[in-house]
Design a protein around this ligand. Structure first.
Ligand code: GLN
Length: 386
């Protein structure tokens, strides 16, 4: 009998996919999966069409279209004062998630441990487990969702191979401060622990907060794979284009894995972004655009009965519903999609053991009218007392 010894026996289809399908089926407003419902930048779309017309339709180099890597290197030097090499330190990947997965595959052996903070984006633990390694979970402190660094120190064992951080954070929106990054640097000093830094929301920090990239801290960068996403920056999640930045020796190993998986990425979009990215305004204005959306949504939800948690960055605002509903998050999210017509993501999805803090995540990367109608529908929960 043929059989597969499943690498992920208890994993089903991710709730982001399930909720988007349910939202379509019930014609609900989709504040679930994180993607914009407004068109991407027209100039960039035109550049991609032009690249196809200009004949950029064959394989790009395995590490990515060189002018794109050069523009990224320049951006990193300007923003994070890190002089990296386009040739040695950057690989263009099919999305940020792929970059993270490849980094894990590059470094993990059977029996290794990886420190993960929960709530966590659902792919991290699946990636770690698929590599035969063990996630060591640390809960972020509710309701601030801050890291207790003493817990991190206590979780380190001789088997700890890596730690993964994510700032701005999905789903909580928490942004790591300079002090916290220095604290992390201090904890990892003299260890053999790698850092995987998920920075796909790097340009989305609000209220004047700065993004503290692992690239800014030379001692951290020495041990890092830093992962980014163009889909999030240029509102084109369907382009599935991102990149990983790492020191030369680690990047060489990363590329060995990448060249036999994707090999290289879609060429025309790389050519288009190489041009578009030369203008810093195209990414620096994003935080202002998105802060307006966050502020609008927070205001619209003022009397909804949800207690919103502060979102300092990223694509999402979250809120507890304990005052207005008693069921668990998944049941409420399903119910809201089907009856109220708004899809959301329950926090239980970001916990490997399904812990439920009665918190729902709302995606705010939507047209203003979508946010207005979504918030209006969500007010009904309070009135109907589900
Ligand atoms: N990052 C997106 C989110 O958190 C989802 C991406 C996906 O579905 N894989 O909603």
């Amino acid at each position: 009998m043929l059989s597969i010894n499943s690498k992920l026996p208890s994993t089903g289809t991710s709730l982001f996919t399930v909720m988007s399908a349910l939202a379509s089926e019930y014609n609900a407003i989709n504040l679930g999966q994180g993607f914009p419902d407004f068109p991407m930048d027209e100039t960039l779309a035109e550049l991609a069409k032009k690249a196809i017309g200009d004949g950029y339709n064959q394989y790009a180099p395995m590490a990515g279209y060189l002018p794109l890597r050069e523009t990224i290197a320049h951006k990193i030097e300007t923003l994070y004062q890190n002089k990296i090499s386009a040739n040695d330190n950057i690989t263009i990947t099919p999305g940020g998630g792929y970059a993270i997965c490849t980094a894990f595959t590059t470094i993990l052996d059977h029996g290794d441990e990886v420190i993960v903070f929960e709530p966590a984006f659902d792919s991290y633990i699946a990636n770690i487990v698929s590599c035969g390694a063990t996630p060591v979970i640390i809960q972020l402190e509710y309701p601030s969702y801050k890291i207790d660094w003493n817990k991190v120190k206590a979780a380190i064992t001789p088997k700890t191979k890596a730690i993964i951080i994510n700032s701005p954070h999905n789903p909580t929106g928490v942004v790591l401060s300079d002090e916290e990054m220095l604290q992390l640097q201090e904890i990892l000093r003299n260890t053999k622990i790698f850092l995987i830094s998920d920075e796909v929301y790097e340009h989305l920090t609000y209220d004047g907060l700065e993004h503290n990239s692992a690239l800014k801290y030379p001692e951290l960068f020495e041990r890092s794979f830093v992962c980014f996403s163009f889909g999030k920056v240029y509102n084109c999640t369907g382009w599935k284009l991102g990149y990983c930045v790492a020191p030369k020796a680690w990047m060489a190993e990363f590329r060995k894995i990448h060249q036999y998986n994707a090999f290289c990425c879609f060429t025309p979009t790389q050519v288009a972004i190489a041009e578009h990215l030369k203008n810093p305004e195209t990414y620096l204005q994003l935080k202002h655009f998105m802060q307006k959306k966050r502020d609008l949504f927070v205001k619209l939800m003022e009397n909804s009965g949800f207690d919103l948690l502060p979102a300092q960055g990223g694509y999402f605002v979250s809120g507890t519903y304990e005052k207005i509903a008693s069921e668990d998050g998944l049941s409420l999210a399903m119910h809201l999609t089907k009856t109220v017509g708004v899809a959301t993501i329950p926090y239980s999805t970001f916990y490997s053991k399904g812990e439920d803090q009665k918190v729902l995540r709302f995606c705010i990367t939507k047209k203003d009218e979508t946010l207005i109608e979504g918030a209006h529908r969500l007010q009904q929960i309070k009135m109907n007392k589900l």
